[in-house]
Every structure is written in structure tokens, then in C-alpha cells.
Design a protein around this ligand. Structure first.
Ligand code: FES
Length: 631
């Protein structure tokens, strides 16, 4: 088959591909990751490119006539037939913007700062130990390893003291090079200690660890100094698996295709390595000095990361291969740190309550508290845990990724350029928006969507079913061939030059998402025969943005209408728990215990969840007595 060159601008990168290759694939080969949340099915309309010249065959898909006329195509639906020159618009790129990492206290409910160790002892998973060994003689002729182990036993209670073959091969020269003085990097896991790294003499180099949050949409890495427990630097980006679909179900389906599992595993490992490379280069740290990593992710993400087939997670009775994941060496996975470093994964509770939730419970302290606490993580799914130090019950509802921007025409993650606050004038219907980073708007993130829905309802532009009202006199409300939409920001004021709108379809998606979360809360409460009034504290986690407007979240019926002082917002608890486990062995052991302790409520059994969901698909709810402050 003949090969053709595809040149991508403004990157100025060319690749050779065979006839029939999609531009989406060609871009990926060129190292350009495009937004492709439908997994290349042509439905999300995110992978827009402009073909400047050359021979391509253009298919259909979700692209407007206006964009088509301007020469734009969907990369996934366009096949290469000859040499081509292609321009990649900024807002089609996946990696262009960093995920928001630091939530600053500017909103109604600012992020609560977690105490660094959350009450656990500082005892990192790895530490460096300087040893001075007795030199061997003709009468003191113990082997090099026995000599090292004898000295190391003074520093660890672990009975087993292991060393890899690679390190064993290095041991004799390192001992002699340092004149029998040596610095050992030692890790202790589950009662077993292992020599991870050897340096001659007294080393002044530090030991580092990684806390990794493997989200369905984004991946965040914290680089941690294991001597001080402080975060050296952090970075986040889109999970490269996103090109295979938006949600865990599409990924599970893709994993079942030929080479699908390997591709998904390599995509997430590639994402982590990309972040680690940048972190290490910026902070002038060598990969060999990173000695351990703790990852937290939902159950599907954990399976895919380790290359374990996730197929049965989506088939009744929804069973994962395992809830407890074995430690793996970095070299086995291809993580670009010290090859001997251990990679640990937080345990899951069940197929749809994963290590990210266990991590959240670890760090939010609810399992050590007498207070009845409800913990809700609103991400690509809505997962929640109810309980206290005596009992914990969890469930997951398929809320869909709307609050992470998925399935919303101009939805996006909480990143620079995302609209996070919306005000609508009740008389003129003029709109004021605030974006993360105070730059021109590119889209709208979770907190902006909650704000927007509440404001549209409050000024009467939509009714309680989410439908646009007829007698609203503003050019912002308009009819298109796809239905009605409301213009939040006119194209002249946006980064992409297009009007940023919220469609009736977007509103329906948001109502379904918020309805699912509230139905999950109600189902948990009914299962334990309690009601919202008995809850002492509600902890919210999720990548909303700089703030979460609790008042608006209650007005739309996403969260229970209780005393606002009961609410706490903790941001990304998955990464915080992973970091805690990295610097505290007792915390890591507690995470394993929590995975076993939490009960799982399967919402697809019986009709309770469905009944609750149907009732919750109104603004705020069909039963207004549940929302006294919204009436
Ligand atoms: Fe191309 Fe979704 S439309 S990836």
C-alpha cells in the first residue's frame, strides 16, 4: 500500500501514513493528541481540523455546515488519500492546556485545606539509610549481601530483606567503590523490606515518590520529596485514553477489541510518563531517584493501567477481576522512573467504587469520625460513601461526565479559559461570565454549568423540566436546526471565535447527571433508613474549578437542602490520599483496610434507584418538600 506524507501546522511535523489512515490516527502518530471524546465515532465533533491542501476523503459526522464551508473536517472521519497539509486549531488539542491543579478560595465554598498527614505518622514508603559495613577479612568472610543485610536489620523490623538480581549484580562494585560505606534506598511493604537502590558512600541525593491520580478524563501527578513529605511540583493533563471514548464503558468495550487493552494501557502509561518527564526535567531530578509511586483511580482505570481485562466490570453481575491490586515494578509497566521502584495501586471496593474513592475516604477522615458523613465525588461518575468510624456504605451512579464537561456542547474540564461563574440579568437577560485565569472563554466547566443552570431557572429562561420558555425576548435565545440554544458568550468575545452556547440537549444531560447524583444519595439514605437531616457533614470532591457554588447546586437539586455550614469542599481527594499513603505507611495500610471495610450498594438491583432518579429529573425535584429553600 502506498504511503503519503501528512504535514501538521503550526507544529510543522510530518508523518508518513498509508492510504485510508484517518487524520486522527495520523495526528496521534505525529505526537499531536486531539480531543476525541467519542472515540473516533464522529459524534462528539471535537476533533476538528482544517485541510489546507492535499487529497483526503471526507466522511460525515457531527460537524456544522458553517465549519464545513470554512474547510474544516472531523479528523476521525477523514481519510488520507495523498499528501496533505493540515492545520490543527488550538481548541481541538488535548494537551494544550494544563488541568487546574490548585483551587483557590474565591468562591462561596472554598476548598478545605487538608492537614498534611491527616493524623497519620510520617513514615514514607521509601527512605535512604547510610551504612558503614565492616570490611571482610580472611576470618570475617561473610558474603557481600549477608554483610549488607546484617547491618540493614538494625533499621527495619521486617523479617524478609530482599534485593533484585540487577541490584545484586551492582552490589560488589558499589561496596568497594565506597570503601564499604554505602547508601541504601529501602522500601518496606507488607512486612517485607527491599533494597531498591545502592549508592557508594554517603549520598546527598534525595529520594522521591509519585502520587498519581488516574482519572477517566485527566491524570494528575504530584512529585513528592520523601525526606520532607513536601510536594516538589505537580502537573496534570488529559488522559490519552480519552481518544478511545469519554467514559469507562467505552474504554471497557475498546479493551475487548484486538490489541485494545494494550493500546489503552500504553495510552495511560504514556500520559503518566509525559507528566513525569516534564516534572523531572523542570526540577532537575533524575528518573533513578524516584523510588516509589502510589496510584489511585477508579476500578476500570486500575485494571487498564495494569493491563488486566476489565470486560466483566460491565456485565451482570458486574464483578472486577480483583479489588486488591498487586504491587508492580516500574520496569514491568514501563513507567519512566527507577526500574526497581514499586508502583502501588489503591484497592477498590467494587466495580464502580474504586481506589480513588478509598483514597478520598482515607484523606477526608470520615472513617475515624463519630460524625455521620456523606462523601460525594462528582467526576465522570458520581460515587458516594455514607458512614462514620463504625460503618461505611458506598454506591456509584452513572451520572455521566456532564460536570466534567463531557456530553455538553461547549463543556470542558476546569482549566484556564473555562467559564466557572455565570450571572444573568433578570430583566435584560444579559450574561456576565468569569473564567479560570481571567482569559477569553473557551468553554464551560462543572461549576459554571451548575451556576448557569441555576441562573437560567431563576430568571425564568427555563422551566422546572429544563425547557426554554417561549416568551423570552432576547437574541441570546435562538432556534437552530438542532433545537433551541442560549448564547452565553458571543463569538467576538470567545477564544475560539464561536458563540459559546448551552443547548436544550445540554440542559437535559445536566438534569440527568444531577438527578443521578441526588438519586444515589437518596438510595444510600433509604438503604440505611436515614434521612438527610441526620447527616452531620457533607464532603464534596471533584474537579469543579476554583469554587463550588453550593447554593446553586442545591437550587438545581444536585445536593441536599441542608444547613450550608455542613458542607465542605475538598477538591481532588484522590491525589491527596495517594500522596498521604506515599509519606505514611500506616495510612497506606489503612487504605487497604478501608477497601475491605466499605460495603457496596449495587444500585441496578431493584427499582429504588430508578424511582429516585425519575423523581429527581426536575429542577430541583418533583418533591419540593425536599428543597424547602428552593421554593
Ligand atoms: Fe471525531 Fe469524536 S467526532 S473523535
Amino acid at each position: 500500500m502506498s504511503k503519503h506524507s501528512v504535514l501538521f501546522f503550526p507544529d510543522n511535523v510530518a508523518v508518513q501514513v498509508e492510504t485510508g489512515t484517518s487524520l486522527l490516527r495520523a495526528a496521534s502518530l505525529a505526537g499531536i493528541e486531539l480531543k476525541s471524546t467519542c472515540g473516533g465515532k464522529g459524534t462528539c465533533g471535537r476533533c476538528v481540523l482544517k485541510v489546507k491542501e492535499g487529497k483526503v476523503s471526507v466522511g460525515g459526522g457531527n460537524i456544522s455546515a458553517k465549519l464545513k464551508t470554512a474547510g474544516y473536517v472531523l479528523a476521525c472521519q477523514t481519510r488520507v488519500e495523498g499528501h496533505a497539509v493540515v492545520e490543527v486549531p488550538r481548541d481541538s488539542r488535548l494537551d494544550e492546556h494544563q488541568v487546574l491543579l490548585d483551587n483557590k478560595p474565591v468562591g462561596l465554598l472554598a476548598e478545605k485545606q487538608v492537614e498534611e498527614l491527616a493524623g497519620y505518622e510520617f513514615q514514607p514508603l521509601c527512605r535512604k539509610i547510610y551504612l558503614e559495613l565492616d570490611k571482610p577479612t580472611l576470618t570475617e568472610n561473610a558474603s557481600d549481601l549477608s554483610r549488607l543485610q546484617a547491618e540493614l536489620r538494625k533499621y527495619t523490623d521486617c523479617r524478609d530483606l530482599e534485593i533484585s538480581l540487577d541490584n545484586l549484580r551492582k552490589l560488589p562494585d558499589i561496596l568497594r567503590e565506597g570503601d564499604w560505606k554505602v547508601t541504601v534506598t529501602l522500601t518496606s511493604l507488607n512486612g517485607c523490606a527491599e533494597v531498591l537502590h545502592l549508592e557508594p558512600g554517603r549520598s546527598t541525593k534525595k529520594s522521591y515518590g509519585l502520587a498519581v491520580d488516574i482519572g477517566t478524563t485527566t491524570v494528575v501527578v504530584n512529585l513528592v520529596d520523601l525526606e520532607t513529605g513536601q510536594i516538589v511540583d505537580k502537573r496534570g493533563t488529559y488522559n490519552r485514553q480519552s481518544r478511545y471514548g469519554d467514559d469507562v464503558i467505552s474504554r471497557i468495550i475498546y479493551a475487548g477489541e484486538e490489541n485494545g487493552l494494550e493500546e489503552l494501557q500504553q495510552a495511560v502509561i504514556g500520559t503518566i510518563n509525559h507528566l513525569v518527564d516534564k516534572l523531572l526535567a523542570k526540577n532537575e531530578i533524575k528518573a533513578e531517584d524516584v523510588h516509589v509511586a502510589v496510584t489511585a483511580g477508579n476500578t476500570t482505570m486500575a485494571h487498564l493501567f495494569l493491563g488486566i481485562p476489565p470486560k466483566y466490570i460491565r456485565l451482570e453481575p458486574y464483578i472486577p477481576v480483583t479489588s486488591s491490586f498487586p504491587p508492580v515494578k516500574a520496569k514491568e509497566l514501563g513507567i519512566a522512573i527507577n526500574p526497581e521502584a514499586w508502583i502501588l495501586s489503591f484497592p477498590a471496593v467494587a466495580s464502580y467504587v474504586g481506589g480513588d474513592i478509598v483514597s478520598g475516604v482515607l484523606v477526608n477522615g470520615m472513617a475515624e469520625s463519630d460524625e455521620l458523613t456523606l462523601f460525594i465525588d462528582i467526576g465522570t461518575n458520581g460515587e458516594m460513601v455514607l458512614g462514620n468510624r463504625d460503618w461505611l456504605i458506598s454506591c456509584a451512579c452513572s451520572a455521566g461526565p456532564a460536570f466534567e464537561g463531557g456530553g455538553i456542547t461547549y463543556g470542558m474540564r476546569a482549566m484556564t479559559g473555562a467559564i466557572e461563574r455565570v450571572e444573568i440579568d433578570p430583566r435584560s437577560y444579559e450574561v456576565q461570565v468569569a473564567t479560570i485565569g481571567n482569559v477569553k472563554p473557551m468553554g464551560i466547566c462543572g461549576s459554571g454549568l451548575i451556576d448557569c443552570l441555576a441562573k437560567l431557572l431563576r430568571v425564568g429562561i427555563i422551566d422546572r423540566t429544563g425547557q426554554f420558555q417561549k416568551d423570552i425576548n432576547t437574541p441570546r435565545l435562538r432556534e437552530t436546526e438542532d433545537g433551541k440554544e442560549f448564547v452565553l458568550v458571543w463569538g467576538k468575545d470567545t477564544e475560539c471565535g464561536k458563540d459559546i452556547v448551552l443547548t436544550e440537549g445540554d440542559i437535559k444531560n445536566l438534569i440527568r447527571s444531577k438527578g443521578a447524583v441526588f438519586a444515589g444519595i437518596q438510595s444510600l439514605l433509604k438503604t440505611v433508613q436515614m434521612d438527610v437531616a441526620q447527616i452531620d457533614k457533607i464532603i464534596i470532591a471533584g474537579g469543579f474549578g476554583n469554587y463550588l457554588n453550593i447554593e446553586d447546586a442545591i437550587q438545581i437539586g444536585l445536593l441536599p437542602d441542608v444547613d450550608r455550614s455542613k458542607y465542605e469542599f475538598m477538591g481532588n481527594t484522590s491525589i491527596k490520599g495517594a500522596k498521604l499513603a506515599l509519606i505514611s505507611q500506616p495510612a497506606y495500610r489503612q487504605a487497604e483496610e478501608l477497601g475491605r471495610k466499605m460495603t457496596y450498594l449495587e444500585l441496578s438491583v431493584g427499582t429504588m434507584f430508578m424511582d429516585e432518579f425519575v423523581s429527581a429529573c426536575f429542577l430541583p425535584h418533583t418533591d419540593l418538600s425536599l428543597f424547602p429553600s428552593a421554593t
